[in-house]
Design a protein around this ligand. Structure first.
Ligand SMILES: CC(C)(COP(=O)(O)OP(=O)(O)OC[C@H]1O[C@@H](n2cnc3c(N)ncnc32)[C@H](O)[C@@H]1OP(=O)(O)O)[C@@H](O)C(=O)NCCC(=O)NCCS
Length: 173
């Protein structure tokens, strides 16, 4: 795989029933489990992403002909269950993501994938800002998100524990 990616080479295909077993396998990988909430079964993935997705949209990220990772976006306001209760902007979106293959980490693929995904989100004129919330010790993810255009705002308490809230504002046109 050529790892000097161009954002035009990324595609984000909505998660489908036929992706669930693969996604579950990816979630079991050690480099993902280190930073991603555990406990998902294929059935819970089906319920969360396909049956009752709420404001969340899940995608398989493709680079050329390869499925390289998972990325989800959500409407921040009204997330529920104690998440982002102060958000009043209906245009705020949040994202979470991982690369599926440990051999691809740290080579620029993640930051390029996220830049391409942010461009897709901002193609919707209703979207004002995109946020993400890595663990404060996930230095690789924080650096990746900075490269993709996010700025660290503050360390915050979430229902999943401490997180570094990072935001990327809609570019001025
Ligand atoms: C987070 C993730 C998507 C980032 O993608 P990536 O392709 O690895 O990131 P990039 O290569 O674009 O950027 C990583 C940056 O962090 C740096 N880095 C790598 N390991 C690091 C570490 N331990 N400490 C600090 N910086 C580190 C890299 O050198 C690079 O910065 P540079 O280009 O300035 O040198 C990917 O690593 C991943 O899937 N990790 C496992 C799951 C995960 O953490 N998901 C995020 C949950 S919030």
């Amino acid at each position: 795989m050529n790892l000097t990616p161009d954002s035009e080479e990324f595609r984000f295909l909505p998660l489908a029933e036929s992706d669930l077993v693969m996604l579950h396998r990816w979630l079991m990988r050690s480099h993902v489990r280190e930073w991603w909430a555990p406990g998902d079964t294929v059935e819970s993935l089906r319920q969360d992403y396909l049956v009752n997705p709420g404001g969340t949209q899940a995608y398989i990220a493709w680079f050329g002909n390869a499925q390289i990772g998972f990325i989800q976006s959500y409407v921040v306001m009204g997330s529920g269950d104690g998440w982002w209760e102060d958000e009043t902007d209906p245009g705020a979106r949040g994202i979470d993501q991982f690369l599926a293959n440990i051999d691809h980490l740290g080579q620029g693929l993640g930051s390029s994938m996220i830049r391409a995904f942010i461009d897709k989100l901002f193609s919707d004129p209703a979207v004002t800002v995109v946020q993400t919330d890595p663990h404060p010790r996930n230095a690789r993810a924080i650096r990746c998100y900075e490269k993709a255009g996010f700025k660290a705002i503050a360390q915050v308490a979430t229902p999943d524990g401490e997180a570094m809230l990072m935001r990327c504002e809609r570019p001025q046109s």
